[in-house]
Design a protein around this ligand. Structure first.
Ligand code: KG4
Ligand code: ZN
Length: 341
């Protein structure tokens, strides 16, 4: 099909961010995100509260995305929405809204796999560079940790993944041990900037192949903190920056080592990162260094396309639109979906 003016509205509601984005021929015109502060005090996302907040946010967020894109809803070519994976109550809000809007406007509906969308964010035309096929993507988020080989936009193979906690969970759970609010990942990153990464040593998890494990590290940090707090009740406060820097250093070291193994195994040296944890400054710095010092070509998404956002849903929808790959209006949300589904 000829690329005339194709406007896609993307809608994301899989977890605790309500987001809507309009893209024009692959370029993001708007990417509105309403975060849900309500979960911070509970130490994690409360599904019932998330679903209710999505219901409150979805209409104003979509309206704002269309306004900021400076178009009218009648110019939209299709509506793309996150079908899964995610929290069922949250997914249902975006799914029902997208279905009704597509029906009302009489335009195609496109279902998007959230995990694929994190990776496909690299094809947003506002990005500086786009990876060539095949490339390797380290997808690191609150729910996933995977090394994926991408042969084509929608042809992916999981080369390795976590056997227990996701890396984002490792950040969030260790942050909770340190008394930090949810989500703790960005806070660990912030305090780590002021600390010494070699101050405390943690043993790296030993898992074969390209798989990961982070639950042992979390337990190790819990015992380490408990032991030290017994000796000095102010231990966390006195050493917060160093503890954060040491945790972050250990986690990022594991990620880089696995990427090295993936390169050895596949011979592919085009390396991308995606997902919320790809916002982490240490992993971003380490990849930039890898590109400078080794023969890797790295693809680091802009901050706004790392954590959950509808820009990535809209670009995935756009790529499916070009393939005339539409959903039926009877489609339902799916809490469990693999990146290969
Ligand atoms: O992709 P995402 O927004 O949601 C999921 O699909 O899970 O990822 C959220 C995760 C959370 O665990 C959060 O703590 C983590 O990404 N995260 C970070 C940083 N920013 C977000 N982890 C470490 N450093 C960061 N700067
Ligand atoms: Zn995500």
């Amino acid at each position: 099909m000829t690329e005339k003016d194709i406007y896609i509205l993307g809608i994301e509601s899989s977890c605790d961010d309500t987001s809507a984005s309009v893209i024009h021929n692959g370029k993001v015109l708007s990417n509105i995100i309403a975060n849900q502060e309500v979960h911070a005090k509970y130490g994690g996302v409360v599904p019932e509260l998330a679903s209710r907040a999505h219901q409150q946010n979805i209409v104003p967020v979509v309206q704002q995305a269309i306004e900021q894109a400076n178009i009218t809803k009648n110019q939209l070519s299709a509506i793309a929405f996150t079908r899964g994976p995610g929290l069922m109550g949250s997914l249902l809000v975006g799914t029902s809204f997208a279905k009704s809007l597509a029906l009302g406007l009489n335009i195609p509906l496109i279902d998007v796999n959230h995990m694929q969308a994190h990776i496909l964010a690299h094809f947003i035309k506002n990005e500086d560079k786009t990876p060539p096929f095949p490339f390797i993507c380290l997808t690191i988020s609150g729910g996933h940790t995977q090394i994926v080989k991408i042969t084509n936009h929608f042809e992916m193979e999981i080369l390795g993944e976590t056997i227990d906690d996701a890396v984002g969970e490792a950040f969030d759970k260790t942050a909770k041990i340190l008394g930090l609010p949810y989500p703790g990942g960005p806070l660990i990153d912030k305090y780590a900037k002021l600390g010494n990464p070699k101050a405390f040593q943690f043993t790296k998890p030993k898992v074969g192949n390209l798989d990961f494990s982070f639950s042992g590290l979390k337990t190790q940090i819990l015992y380490f903190v408990q032991k030290n707090v017994k000796e000095n009740p102010n231990f966390i406060k006195d050493n917060l920056n160093d503890i954060c820097a040491s945790i972050q250093y250990t986690i990022v070291k594991v990620l880089i080592e696995k990427l090295k193994n993936a390169i050895k195994q596949t011979g592919i040296k085009h390396i991308a990162i995606a997902g919320g944890v790809s916002a982490n400054s240490e992993i971003r710095n380490r990849l930039q260094l890898a590109e400078k010092n080794w023969d890797w070509t790295t693809y680091i998404p802009k901050f706004e396309y790392t954590t959950d956002n509808a820009g990535m849903i809209a670009i995935a929808g756009y790529l499916k639109f070009l393939n005339n790959d539409y959903a039926n209006n009877s489609i339902s949300a799916k809490a469990r979906l693999k990146v290969t589904d």
